[in-house]
Design a binder for this molecule. Structure first.
Ligand code: PGA
Length: 249
């Protein structure tokens, strides 16, 4: 079976109202008739505006709470995200793991509750530079998948997308070579199929880390890469549109 291609923009803590209006008005001219899935995750407070302005782009969130409601000051529940029309949520981004100390247990709770509320989950995994240099990348990825997706199996497959983002490639301009990315993706696919009950031919695995119009084509030639999770290059409509064009070929 052929897996479809996804380009997901992670805007992180960027873009003001005016930037968002300009982005979507420019994007109209450059976004191809979508043959790929084009998704964007703005900051929570801009989701409604983005939903109103976006055409052919699905809007989702960058994070969610591990609970549905209650005394969790400052948190946003996946129940409320769904209620507001969010289509998906990114969970386990390395910035959440590093700056907000989110561990396997909380990421697993977040993933389960987001799925229960009907959101699609983009579950991020990836090794640090130190782990890469020690040669323990596969062990790290395996642990993140086993612990983060505990209790989640093949039945949730159509609502889970994995994003492999080597931490050393995020926002640094260093991309994993297409072959390095392919090797990691092939490992993830085999592991999920053989050890965690997923249908390995169907699971969608995105690559993330300094993806831009100049390197997307080669990444997408690799058989286990089903698209990209993009930070910096998703902030400009021209670049985001170009990535979607490459993914629609
Ligand atoms: P980058 O970010 O494309 O700016 O490297 C990717 C990400 O953090 O998802």
């Amino acid at each position: 079976m052929t897996r479809e291609i996804y380009i997901v923009g992670n805007w992180k803590m960027n873009q003001k109202t005016e930037d968002i209006k300009n982005f979507f008005s420019e994007l109209k001219a450059v976004l191809p008739e979508n043959k790929c899935h084009a998704w964007i995750a703005p900051q929570f407070i801009h989701m409604s505006l983005a939903q109103e302005l976006s055409k052919n782009v699905k809007i989702g969130a960058q994070n969610c709470s591990h609970k549905n409601s209650g005394a969790f000051t400052g948190d946003i529940s996946s129940e409320s995200l769904k209620d507001m029309g969010s289509e998906f949520v990114i969970i386990g981004h390395s910035e959440r793991r590093a700056f907000f100390k989110e561990d396997h247990v909380i990421l697993n709770e977040k993933t389960k509750i987001a799925l229960e509320n009907g959101l699609k989950v983009i579950f991020c995994i990836g090794e640090t530079l130190e782990e890469n240099e020690k040669g323990i990348t596969k062990d790290v990825l395996k642990e993140q998948l086993i612990e983060g997706l505990k209790g989640i199996s093949g039945k949730d497959l159509e609502n889970i997308i994995i994003a492999y983002e080597p931490v050393w490639a995020i926002g640094t301009g260093k991309t994993a070579t297409p072959q390095q990315a392919q090797d990691a993706h092939a490992f993830i696919r085999e592991h999920l199929g053989n050890e965690q009950g997923f249908s390995k031919e169907e699971v969608i695995i995105l690559y993330g880390g300094s993806v831009k119009p100049a390197n997307i084509d080669e990444l997408l030639t690799k058989k286990d890469i089903d698209g990209a999770l993009v930070g910096g290059a998703s902030l400009k409509a021209a670049d985001f549109g170009q990535l979607c064009k490459s993914a629609s070929k």
